[in-house]
Design a protein around this ligand. Sequence first.
Ligand code: ZN
Length: 240
Amino acid sequence: MALAPLMRLRLLDAVTGMHPVDAAVRCLAVACQDLADPADLPLGQRDAALLALRRRLLGDRLRACATCAECGEASTLELSVADLLERMGGAASSPWEVQHQGRTLSLRALTSRDLAAAVAAPSPQRARDLLVLAALDQDEDVHPEPVSEELAAVVAASIAEHDPGAEILLTGSCSGCGEPWSEVLEPARFVTAELAHEGARLLADVAALARAFGWTESDVLELSDARRRAYLDLALDMAG
Ligand SMILES: [Zn+2]
């Protein structure tokens, strides 16, 4: 079922001016009230919820673009959200254990809360360390020293294995030169951008109908999409 017009504007309010990590959490909080705090969802689950929301709003077909690093040719990829959701697999069951240098480490999936803390870190290096410590459920104050490359690699690989939906890798080959490419699909970034775009389009419809017929925002939002489009056509005819 498509999202009601009022919900589309509430989603626009939720994402406007926000960093994609915060925008993703806020729009899930607005649209999926059956979820527990979306900031605490494993990233794979968060992104699956975002893609499901995107499917409800804009349908299953998704177009992704990639630019070849070799020759600069742009490739377009047609994707199905349902296929992506299937590929992302089940939810991560945290915590799990992994062996590293003779020790058993307990790891958990990363969440938007962890990402938000990392975004605020003073350097990319520190951001990475914060994510590793978060996955290990260790306090950064207790471990102020840098995390080793080996440990960071072990933790990253283990997260990719246990929360496979946390990174969606698209691969293909360039239609110009045949060079293979891969691109990470970031639902937090593109779904929230799409939601903002949809909301802005609806606002433009509201403004056009208010101008043509003197209706209020709530008058317009009560119309179905089909009825709104029909009135927009009539408004255009009147103006012409
Ligand atoms: Zn190319």
